[in-house]
Design a binder for this molecule. Structure first.
Ligand SMILES: C[S@@+](CC[C@H](N)C(=O)[O-])C[C@H]1O[C@@H](n2cnc3c(N)ncnc32)[C@H](O)[C@@H]1O
Length: 313
């Protein structure tokens, strides 16, 4: 007699009315549909998270946000971070992904504005990762913006970091030392090279394989690299502004647990569906180490310059 496979855990959507102070009730994969401050206040005030990774609303007037004065925005972010940071474990990390606030044509980099909040909590900045991407608005009055940053902070000096889990192919894999005691031996790491702190990963636009109707979802590969290097299987990843659950997808793909929070029911529902697909092994996504599409080799670019950049997917 064949044994039935164990049931695949379903991602949950937890409504605010079912608020719980018992994290066990949230299960291994949950999106709380409601306000991030409410969710955080409903959780026990003790270390729970191994990795917090998020892209907060940037206060630039996207469909899901009301543009507020910068000071008000920063005060709100500080309230959220004051609730999050005590709930990160000592071995854990926080990755806050931000771009620029734009004020009358002047850019205000949010990582610089927010640095004092992290400093107040004694967090340690390990990398300011430049996420470089190909698509975006073409600007007439300044150079077009093609990067955002991920501020990776650890809670303490005893933080988890496994670079071997995210090595990428070396430029010259067969290169050997040509003199000295190691003459003839491979000069690089056979597992590949450290991916460094400038990551070119296509953003999720038009024909990207992960595209949903969310205007600025994370590419799963961006979070996958953080999840693999900063957590171990079974550990808990948290995104207080989960959108369509891309961080949850990255976590589910690699046997990590995930809790997220998303204000808008429509996105929370899609997030749950995407996490379910990842748990069932049918998620469509672009891995972090997939080679970039070289549009200069496409027939189209030889005929006419289309203005297309990295196609993604
Ligand atoms: C920049 S997007 C994050 C997208 C996400 N990284 C993804 O991959 O889909 C910010 C998200 O925060 C949500 N949001 C805005 N205010 C919120 C609040 N007070 N609490 C929880 N979520 C909120 C928005 O609806 C939006 O989906």
């Amino acid at each position: 007699m064949t044994k039935n496979p164990p049931p695949i855990p379903k991602a949950l959507i937890v409504k605010p009315s079912k608020a719980t102070k018992e994290p066990a009730e949230l299960g291994d994969h949950a999106i709380w549909q409601g306000d991030a401050e409410d969710m955080l206040c409903a959780l026990p005030n003790k270390p729970l998270f191994d990795l917090v990774v998020s892209s907060p609303p940037y206060n630039i007037g996207k469909s899901y946000e009301k543009k507020a004065p910068l000071d008000d925005y920063l005060k709100w972010q500080e309230r959220i971070l004051d609730l999050i940071i005590p709930r990160i474990k000592d071995t854990g990390s926080l990755c806050w992904q931000v771009g620029n606030f734009v004020d009358n044509g002047q850019i205000v980099p949010l990582d610089i504005e927010m640095a004092p909040i992290f400093k107040k909590h004694g967090l340690k900045l390990r990398n300011r990762i430049i996420w470089h991407f190909g698509h975006g608005l073409h600007n007439k009055h300044r150079f077009s913006g093609r990067y955002e940053v991920v501020m990776w902070y650890s809670k303490t000096d005893s933080y988890q970091f496994d670079v071997d889990a995210v090595r990428i192919p070396s430029k010259y894999p067969g290169k050997r030392h040509f003199k000295g005691p190691n003459k003839g031996k491979l000069s690089g790491n056979p597992l590949g090279k450290n991916p460094e702190d400038v990551w070119t990963i296509p953003n999720v636009k038009s024909n990207h394989v992960e595209k949903t109707d969310h205007p600025c979802q994370f590419p799963v590969g961006l979070i996958e690299r953080l999840v693999l290097s900063l957590t171990k299987p079974g550990q808990l990843v948290f995104d207080p502004f989960a959108g369509v659950g891309s961080a949850g997808v990255a976590a589910a793909l690699h046997d990590r647990r995930f809790w997220g929070c998303e204000l808008l029911p429509h996105y929370a529902k899609q997030g749950r569906q995407r996490i379910d697909e990842a748990l069932r092994g049918v998620a469509r996504y672009r891995p972090h180490d997939k080679e970039l599409y070289d549009h200069t080799k496409s027939k189209l670019s030889q005929i006419v310059d289309t203005g297309l950049e990295d196609a993604g997917g």
